[in-house]
Ligand binder design. Structure first.
Ligand code: ADP
Ligand code: MG
Length: 638
């Protein structure tokens, strides 16, 4: 080791910048926070080329005198705290006095500012960490900071920046967060000369959400409110059943500061359990107010992550408030239903009637599958009526050998489950190593409409039609994806969709990937896309939902064109779960076809989750159940 030396300010600032300033959006975050701390009622953020080459943040706040302006660029210069004890009472956004000197050390930095009552403003230019000039300038009260060539002094850092679209999207996301946290402040955001959003000062959070996310989204929100001791919670959360595909739509704020809080996120996810489908996330804007002393804000200089000194208390309050809101909404809904029933002329609302309204959904969810012919529908009806009389169709499956050693009997399926699952998880192509030779299966009927029963040479087979269909479709889609030949249909009316900026940029980067999977998506104005054609298997009214689901998966890193084989499987799995509907009493032609397709699969034995598609009861097993052991001695009842 060499001699110890104190680092120059310039180097110390650059190191601090490395911690605080990751990307253009971090600059926006720090500077917008300063505007808010300065009491601004109007904030304007402008950027070009994703903020890499140009950023301007301007406010009408208190401004600075020349003396303060010069001081503000020194390390650990802050007007916000005076001693370490003050940390327990911090209410302002910043307090470290690090942002301005750090940013100035890694860019060309122009600060212009004017205090109320002073005649002229001050302008300070810093380039590459060196002060170029300090002079008077004319400007209204407030502060304007213009940054060009971010990271010009640290080229290694500049190389790590993502595309212009992605960096821009992060800026938009951050600005949105602060706009949500402060509806009372008017915000304008400009990207390459175009206004991304311009929202006036709003009285209510709901109005601000409407301005940013659209009026429709704001209509699906419920008021959240709760209090316990010196903690209080408020905000807006999605109605029961209203959900999002990604966790990025849970917005959390503590003392009006946008934060990431595991405690609040879990409280939300847990409380919505049973109120939204599995795998989906709540849409929520949660504001917690807590005395600063109960908060540990000093976790990391740049990260938004926050910790509470008493996690249990916060969690308890959040869960209770969220559950109260959801329950109240459900109770209101129930009341509306009973009022509807009561208003039917001549009908008196009875408890049983009200109860009967609920199961409707489960009946409706058994959809008629597209392409079902008249004949098929009719045969289903007949089959239902005459339960006892089932024609014995003979389904002959063409012989298929999956291994060199033929075997007469069908494999024991359930014992393979664990192995199949291991195969799936290890990412190996699913291939059954079990020996299998097709035999003639004689269709003898149905059980519970969804299980086809077959008599076989060796015994009795029970096939889950649904599981078989899922397996067939899964393998078919995987093949289409790997051949890059998805079956698609052109939409008569293209479906247009709007995305938030980050999702939009991710989608924009993955258009070819989507095309290879059957979705022809075209950019259509800022953050808008138009789906021109879609896969044949996807019902048109599910299209928007499914595309959003895919974008959500991409955002979570679960789908990526760099891991194509895995992505193919993930998409196929989601497609199958969404589109294969429960079938009952399939007509015999369709059943024969299904068996042919199933045994053409590389793994006919298991559903996509590793559960069996069918199982066989051997003759021996059946006999055993009737207490007929090998000898065939029948137990006499007489
Ligand atoms: P911190 O916000 O942690 O105090 P910064 O480096 O961000 O540190 O800012 C240093 C100081 O410069 C602030 O404490 C504040 O007094 C002043 N300042 C920064 N930005 C503004 C602004 N937009 N308007 C008025 N004063 C500002
Ligand atoms: Mg600051």
């Amino acid at each position: 080791m060499g001699r110890i030396e104190v680092l120059s300010d310039q180097v110390a600032n650059q190191i601090a910048a490395g911690e605080v300033i990751e990307r253009p959006a971090s600059v926006v975050k720090e500077l917008v926070e300063n505007c808010i701390d300065a009491g601004a009622t109007q904030i304007e953020v402008e950027f070009k080329s994703g903020g890499k080459n140009y950023l301007r943040i301007e406010d009408n706040g208190c401004g600075m005198s020349r003396e303060d302006a010069l001081l503000s660029l020194q390390r650990h210069a802050t007007s916000k705290i005076r001693s370490a004890d003050d940390l327990d009472h911090v209410l302002t956004m910043g307090f470290r006095g690090e942002a301005l000197p750090s940013i100035a050390s890694v860019s060309k930095f122009l600060l212009q500012t004017k205090e109320k009552g002073s005649e002229s403003g001050t302008e300070i230019l810093i380039d590459g960490g060196e002060r170029s000039h300090v002079r008077d300038c004319g400007m209204p009260t407030g502060t304007r900071i213009t940054i060009s060539n971010l990271f010009n002094t640290v080229p290694a850092r500049r190389k790590f920046l993502k595309t212009v679209a992605t960096e821009g999207a992060h800026i938009v996301q951050h600005t949105r967060l602060y706009a949500l946290a402060h509806p009372e402040v008017a915000f304008t955001l400009i990207d390459d000369g175009r206004i991304v959003f311009k929202t006036p000062a709003c009285n209510k959070l709901k109005d601000r959400i409407g301005e940013i996310f659209g009026k429709q989204a704001s209509k699906n929100l419920l008021d959240l409110e709760g209090k316990e001791g010196d903690l209080s919670i408020s905000g807006l959360i999605g109605k029961p059943g209203y959900s999002k595909s990604s966790r990025h739509e849970m917005f959390m704020f503590v003392n009006n500061r946008p934060v990431d809080s595991k405690t609040l996120a879990y409280a939300l996810i847990e409380s919505y359990h049973g109120h939204i489908p599995k795998g989906r996330y709540p849409f929520a804007f949660v504001f917690l107010n807590i005395p600063p002393a109960k908060l540990d804000v000093n976790v990391h200089p740049a990260k938004r992550e926050i910790r509470f000194r008493n996690e249990t208390q916060v969690r308890g309050l959040a869960v209770k408030a969220i559950l109260d809101t959801l329950r109240k909404s459900l109770a209101d809904q129930q009341k509306r239903i009973s009022i509807d029933v009561a208003s039917v002329p001549g009908e008196k609302p009875t408890p049983s009637k009200i109860k009967n309204l609920e199961p409707v959904a489960s009946v409706v969810s058994v959809k008629k599958k597209e392409g079902t012919t008249e004949e098929a529908v009719e045969s289903k009806t007949i089959a239902r009526k005459r339960i006892a009389v089932v024609p014995a169709a003979v389904a002959t499956i063409p012989g298929k050998k999956l291994s060199s050693k033929p075997s007469k009997s069908l494999p024991e399926v359930s014992s393979d489950k664990a192995k199949l699952e291991t195969d799936r998880k290890s990412g190996e192509p699913e291939k059954s190593k079990t020996e299998f030779q097709a035999v003639n299966w004689r269709h003898i009927g149905w059980a519970h409409s969804e299980y086809a029963l077959f008599e076989t040479k060796a015994g009795l087979v029970v096939l889950s039609v649904n599981a078989a269909q899922r397996r067939v479709m899964y393998e078919k889609l995987c093949k289409q994806f790997s051949d890059k030949s998805p079956e698609t249909q052109k939409l008569l009316l293209p479906v247009s969709m709007e995305f938030d900026p980050i999702s939009s940029s991710i989608l924009g980067d993955n258009l070819q990937f989507l095309k290879d999977h059957g979705f022809d998506v075209e950019p259509f104005g800022r953050n808008f896309y138009r789906v021109e054609s879609s896969p044949v298997w996807l019902p048109e009214n599910d299209l928007e939902d499914f595309v959003r689901e895919l974008v959500g998966l991409m955002r979570q890193g679960k789908l990526s064109s760099s891991k194509l084989e895995m992505a193919d499987r993930v998409i196929a799995e989601h497609a199958v779960l969404r589109s294969v509907q429960m079938e009952s009493n399939l007509p015999s032609i369709a059943l024969t076809r299904l068996l042919e397709d199933l045994f053409a699969c590389s793994n006919p034995l298991a559903d996509i989750d590793g559960c069996p598609t069918f199982f066989e009861l051997s003759k021996g097993e059946i006999k055993k159940r009737f207490h007929k052991s090998k000898g065939g001695n029948t137990q006499s009842f007489f």
